[in-house]
Design a protein around this ligand. Structure first.
Ligand code: CU
Length: 124
């Protein structure tokens, strides 16, 4: 009687461990998929503004690419080129600003409302 209870418990534990391993494998697969999606800058010429920062801080695109900044923060921001190449109006929550980069170079920019917010677009 006692051994049966112990064995049942072991079987249960083995089942729980298998479920746990399956969950970990699934999570690892999911996170590697999303990591791959983020490492393709050419297909996503988009900068997300959130929590007082530009993401990605450095975006690399080919000449002729239109980059879109989207404000996902709950306060307004701007996108202003340090060299005055481009300058957005105030971008409110969920609004966008787009600029087409025609020439190669490095284009640093900042938010004129919060100058500590900086980013750059590298065009090649
Ligand atoms: Cu700002």
């Amino acid at each position: 009687m006692m051994t049966m209870i112990v064995m049942t418990k072991r079987v249960y534990l083995a089942g729980a461990a298998a479920v746990l391993v399956a969950a970990i494998v699934l999570l690892a697969t999911l996170s590697s998929v999303s990591a791959n999606a983020q490492s393709r800058p050419a297909t996503t010429p988009e900068v997300k503004i959130d929590n007082f920062s530009f993401g990605p801080a450095t975006l690399t695109v080919a000449a002729g690419t239109t980059v879109t900044w989207t404000n996902r923060d709950d306060i307004p921001h701007t996108v202003v080129s340090t060299a005055h190449t481009f300058k957005s109006k105030v971008v409110d929550t969920d609004e966008e600003f787009s600029y087409t980069f025609t020439k190669p170079g490095t284009f640093p920019y900042f938010c004129s409302i919060h100058p500590k917010m900086t980013g750059e677009v590298v065009v090649h």
